[in-house]
Design a protein around this ligand. Structure first.
Ligand code: FAD
Length: 453
């Protein structure tokens, strides 16, 4: 964990709900005098506020809320910067960006200077690393695009597909499928919208009561969506990569044999994470901590075998003592049973506070090592103070997973919601208050220090 300069470098990969919450908490918790530089590495030129996608899909004027520039994330005079680039490989003390995206000065928003690279311009060194690379769900909810312009054109194409279709079939009744079905039916009441879901309940996530799942189904049915549970349908060519297809089709349900006429099919199945950037990670060598060990190390031991999400300790550090300086938060981590933006934010904040504690601890030991004039009795009394500090300052915080909370916005006026204390009661009103109106756009534009467009 050595720093080449006297500045401590915190690299955060991914500038979305988790990454930005972490960065903001770091800026809040670090003393102004601290010599720390935060480097946020993000593949895209703007932050995709994916929660607002389905409204933007059916209401053209809402699109302006969807991509939030990073321009004002950091104060102009700060040492922090946003680097546009895609991390391809993670090592124990640096990351490597993809070679076709070597950051140029114009890509580095805000503060002056270039990415510190020993000789390789793709290399970004760190003392602490936060992996906040999130998850993918099929387009248009999250899009595999390199820029906001590309994202806007994907959305425009899908909006046209919806406008021109009359019989829309959505496969997958998780939170995304449910919200998409509701928004489309509300905006285009004359179109038929059918939602096909494989299990016996919509939004069938662990920890949520049956009453919430039932309310969700009733709400959609009241809106006029045809909800089909316990069924699957094989639609040729429909896949995660090609998740929106405009084709005249007769779809046959597997169990009942029922047929549905459709001219637009959309796949909305669960999230997946890509953690292959960790394949190059090796523990530091015992002899020289600046070098990685040459002995064999299987990075897959850091991953959940089923979901491939990163296994973390309660402190959000990787679940392997060799990497106390590397954290994983949000959808890419296994910190929460049901990953949501709220858990990404909360884990980002906890992770930031823990990094600040580690920096504080490292600074104190540096100062102590440097003070040669100190006599032993003084050292003893400082140890006592340190003992106290150990409990209050240097003991890392345990992340407490968020209690089951979900707000489903099915149209601009409401939806269904499950809150930790109130449960699903007042769901419609709460959904409208918390989310449905602007889909939290105001909150996240404010968080990025940007005026709402
Ligand atoms: C339509 C929709 C509605 C939702 N509604 C809600 C809701 O109401 N409430 C709620 O709590 N949750 C909601 N969610 C879930 C929520 O959006 C996710 O839990 C959240 O996006 C997770 O945030 P994250 O920061 O972990 O990752 P992500 O939002 O997935 O962001 C990851 C970021 O990392 C970047 N990145 C990835 N790999 C690299 C790399 N190698 N190098 C550089 N950058 C990289 C990506 O470009 C992206 O910006 C919704 C999701 C969708 C799709």
């Amino acid at each position: 964990m050595t720093s080449t300069s006297d500045t401590t470098r915190i690299v955060v990969i991914g500038g979305s709900y988790g990454g930005v919450a972490c960065v903001n908490q770091l800026m809040h918790s670090l003393p102004k005098s601290s010599k720390v530089a935060i480097i946020l590495i993000e593949s895209r030129d703007a932050r995709h506020h994916c929660i607002a996608t389905y409204r933007a899909l059916v209401q053209e004027e809402f699109v302006k809320n969807l991509w939030i520039p990073y321009t004002h994330l950091f104060p102009e005079d700060s040492p922090h910067k946003v680097v546009r680039g895609t991390v391809q490989h993670v090592f124990n003390d640096h990351v490597l960006l993809s070679s076709d995206e070597i950051p140029s000065l114009s890509d580095i928003t805000l503060s002056q200077g270039s990415v510190d690279s020993k000789t390789d311009p793709r290399r970004v060194d760190f003392d602490y690393l936060v992996i906040a690379t999130g998850s993918m769900v099929p387009s248009p909810a999250k899009m595999k695009v390199k820029s906001s312009a590309e994202g806007l054109s994907v959305l425009k194409r899908t909006r046209e597909d919806i406008k021109q279709s009359e019989r829309i079939v959505i496969v997958g009744g998780g939170a995304c499928g449910v919200e998409m079905a509701g928004e489309i039916k509300y905006a285009f009441p004359s179109k038929t919208v059918t939602l096909i879901h494989a299990s016996s309940d919509l939004v069938d996530y662990p920890g949520f009561p049956k009453s919430f799942k039932n309310q969700t189904r009733h709400y959609l049915e009241k809106q006029g969506v045809d909800v089909i549970l316990n069924e699957t349908a094989e639609i040729p060519g429909l896949s995660r990569e090609y998740s929106v297809q405009r084709a005249e089709r007769t779809i046959t349900l597997k169990k009942s044999g029922r047929t549905i006429e459709s001219d637009l099919q959309i796949l909305s199945i669960g999230m997946e994470v890509d953690t292959t950037i960790l394949s190059t990670l090796r523990p530091p060598s015992q002899d020289d901590p600046d070098k990685a060990t040459t002995t064999r190390f299987d990075f897959k031991t850091l991953l959940d075998p089923k979901s491939k999400a990163v296994l973390v300790k309660s402190t959000l550090q990787l679940k392997n003592d060799a990497f106390p300086n590397i954290f994983a938060i949000g959808d890419v981590s296994k910190a929460d049973p049901v990953p949501t933006c709220m858990s990404a934010i909360s884990s980002g904040q906890t992770c930031a506070r823990n990094i600040v504690k580690l920096i504080h601890k490292a600074e104190r030991s540096r100062v102590r090592r440097g003070s040669e004039a100190e006599d032993n009795s003084q050292r003893d009394s400082e140890d006592e103070i340190d003992g106290y500090l150990c409990r209050s300052w240097t003991k890392l915080e345990d992340y407490v997973p968020i209690r089951p909370l979900m707000v489903l916005a099915m149209n601009p006026l409401g939806g269904v919601c499950h809150l930790p204390v109130l449960g699903s009661w007042f769901g419609g009103v709460a959904a409208w208050l918390v989310k449905s109106g602007d889909l939290m756009s105001g909150r996240f534009w404010r968080e990025m220090n940007m005026p709402r467009p």
